[in-house]
Design a protein around this ligand. Structure first.
Ligand SMILES: Cc1cc2nc3c(=O)[nH]c(=O)nc-3n(C[C@H](O)[C@H](O)[C@H](O)COP(=O)(O)OP(=O)(O)OC[C@H]3O[C@@H](n4cnc5c(N)ncnc54)[C@H](O)[C@@H]3O)c2cc1C
Length: 438
C-alpha cells in the first residue's frame, strides 16, 4: 500500500556518495500522505523527498524512512488569465513546462535540471540564471499545502503569521511534507530564447559583462578551471516568434558507463572550447528552452560517470564587494589543486530578497563546480574554500553540500535555530543532524 513503508528500496542523492536501502512510502493520494507521515508503525523518523536531484545529504535519512513524493504529481488547476498554476508537489518542473508552454506560459524561475519536483524547488528555494530579474522560486509561490505529522493539512500563504510559510521556503523539507504548490507564472512569446555567447579572458571582464548586460533576463558564465579567468558569458532573452514547441520528457542519451568522468570532463571541456572559439565569431543564436536551461539533462544519469565513489558539488555565494577577490582566490586554489571539474559556473544574484528563513540566495556572485570524491583530499580542499567564503561574508548552498561541519554552517546561517524550532519532530535528515549538532 502506498501509505505504508515498503520493505527497503535503494535511494541516493545526485552525488551518489551515500547509497543505501530505505523503508520507503510512496503516497499517491493526499490521504496516503497524511497516513504515511503520522502512521504509528512508521520508522522513528521520516523525510519527504522528490527526485533526489540534491547533490549532498539533504534528501537522505539514514536513521529512518523516506516519503517519496513523486506519486503526488497531478496538475490541479491552471488559471490562464490570472497566470497561476496549482499542482501536487511531486510534479516535476519539466512536466509542468510541457503543459504550460503551449499556453504561452512558463515557470518564472528554473534551476539547471527539469527533473526537479515542485516540492523540491520550494524546499531548496531554488534559483536560476535570471535571479537578477526574478529572484528565487519561492518569491513566486502564492500558497502551499503542508502536511505535518500532527494536526490537519495546512494551507499557507506568504503572509502566514506563524512563520511556517517562511520556514518552509528553503526549509529542506523539515517543517512537513509540502503536498501542493500554487505558483504565479510568466507569459512567454516563444519556447526559444535568443542567446549570445561572449568570450572573456579575465574575471574583470566577467564582472563588466554581468554589469553591462542588464537588458538581458538570463545571464550565466562558464569558467575554464584549467585556465582560471577564461570563460564564456552567455546572455539571453525569450524570443517572440510564437513557436511553443515543448521540450523532451526524457534525456536524449544515457551515460555510457560508470566511472568515465574523464569522458564527461573531456566532452564538457571540448564543448566549452568549441563554444569559446565559436563565441569569437557568433552573434545571436536561437536556443530551445530545454537546451538553454537544462544542458546537463541531455545525458541521463550523467552522475554515474563519476564512478562508484561518487562526487561532491561546491556552490557558494559571496557578496558583491568581496566577490572579485574571493572568486579569484577560489579559482586559483582549485586550479592548483587539480581536484575540481574542468568547468565551473558563475552567475549573479540580485538584491530581491528571498522569502525563506534559510534561503541560500543572497545578493552577490555564486560559483558552482563538481569535485570527484577523493575522500579526505577533497574534504580538505572544500574546507579551505569554506574559509574563503566565510572570510568574504558568504555562504554555501546546503542543497548541494554534504559535508560542511556544524560550526561552519551555523556561522553561515545564524537563523538555523528558528528553523529547528519549526521543524516537525517526526522529520529528520542526515543534513540537519550534521549541521544542527551543538
Ligand atoms: C543538473 C542539476 C542542476 C541544478 N541546478 C540548480 C540551479 O541552477 N539552481 C538551484 O537552486 N538548484 C539546482 N540544482 C539543485 C536542485 O534544483 C535542488 O536540489 C532541488 O531541491 C532538487 O529537487 P528534488 O525534487 O530532486 O528534491 P530532492 O533532491 O529529492 O530533495 C531536496 C530537498 O527537498 C525536500 N523535499 C522534496 N520534496 C519535498 C516535499 N514535497 N515536501 C517537503 N520537502 C520536500 C527534501 O527533504 C530535501 O531537503 C540542480 C541539480 C542538478 C542535478
Amino acid at each position: 500500500m502506498s501509505a505504508s513503508f515498503s520493505n527497503k528500496e535503494p535511494f541516493s542523492s545526485w552525488g551518489r556518495i551515500d547509497r543505501r536501502l530505505y523503508p520507503v512510502a510512496r503516497p499517491r493520494f493526499a490521504a496516503d500522505l497524511a497516513k504515511a507521515i503520522a502512521a504509528p508503525d512508521r520508522p522513528a523518523s521520516v523525510l519527504p523527498v522528490g527526485l533526489g536531484r540534491s547533490y549532498g545529504d539533504s534528501c537522505l535519512n539514514a536513521e529512518g524512512g523516506l516519503i517519496v513524493m513523486t506519486g503526488l504529481n497531478r496538475l490541479i488547476e491552471i488559471d490562464e488569465q490570472g497566470m497561476v498554476m496549482r499542482a501536487q508537489a511531486g510534479l516535476s518542473l519539466g512536466e509542468a513546462l510541457r503543459v504550460l508552454t503551449p499556453k504561452g506560459l512558463f515557470l518564472p524561475v528554473l534551476p539547471g535540471s527539469q527533473f526537479v519536483t515542485l516540492g523540491g524547488a520550494v524546499a531548496n528555494d531554488v534559483h536560476g540564471k535570471n535571479h537578477l530579474k526574478n529572484g528565487t522560486f519561492g518569491r513566486w509561490v502564492r500558497r502551499i499545502g503542508l502536511q505535518r505529522s500532527h494536526g490537519p493539512a495546512l494551507s499557507l500563504a506568504p503572509d502566514d503569521p506563524s512563520g511556517l510559510f517562511a520556514a518552509t521556503m528553503g526549509g529542506f523539507g523539515l517543517t512537513g511534507a509540502i503536498s501542493w504548490v500554487e505558483i504565479g507564472l510568466a507569459p512567454i512569446g516563444s519556447a526559444f530564447l535568443d542567446a549570445e555567447d561572449i568570450p572573456f579572458s579575465s574575471l574583470d571582464e566577467y564582472f563588466q559583462l554581468m554589469a553591462e548586460s542588464e537588458t538581458f533576463e538570463q545571464r550565466v558564465a562558464w569558467i575554464d578551471c584549467t585556465r582560471p579567468g577564461r570563460g564564456v558569458f552567455t546572455r539571453a532573452n525569450v524570443r517572440h516568434d510564437g513557436n511553443f514547441q515543448i521540450g523532451p520528457a526524457r534525456p536524449a542519451l544515457s551515460a555510457p558507463l560508470d566511472g568515465a568522468s574523464f569522458l564527461f570532463n573531456g566532452v564538457t571541456l571540448r564543448a566549452f572550447n568549441f563554444a569559446y572559439a565559436a563565441a569569437h565569431r557568433a552573434s545571436v543564436r536561437p536556443v530551445h528552452y530545454s537546451k538553454f536551461y537544462f544542458p546537463l539533462d541531455a545525458v541521463g544519469d550523467w552522475n554515474r560517470l563519476y564512478g562508484a565513489r561518487g562526487f561532491r558539488q561546491y556552490q557558494c555565494v559571496v557578496p558583491e564587494g568581496a566577490a572579485r577577490d574571493a572568486v579569484h582566490e577560489m579559482l586559483y586554489l582549485i586550479a592548483r589543486s587539480g581536484e575540481g571539474s574542468m568547468l565551473a559556473v558563475l552567475k549573479a544574484f540580485g538584491p530581491k530578497p528571498s522569502p525563506g528563513l534559510m534561503s541560500f540566495a543572497t545578493e552577490g556572485h555564486t560559483l558552482a563546480l563538481d569535485f570527484p570524491n577523493h575522500g579526505e583530499r577533497t574534504l580538505r580542499l572544500m574546507a579551505r574554500l569554506d574559509e574563503i567564503v566565510l572570510e568574504a561574508g558568504g555562504r554555501i548552498y546546503a542543497g548541494k553540500d554534504g559535508r560542511a561541519p556544524a560550526r561552519t554552517f551555523q556561522r553561515m546561517y545564524p537563523r538555523w535555530r528558528e528553523l529547528e524550532r519549526m521543524r516537525d519532530p517526526a522529520i529528520r535528515s542526515d543534513f540537519w543532524s550534521r549541521v544542527s549538532a551543538t
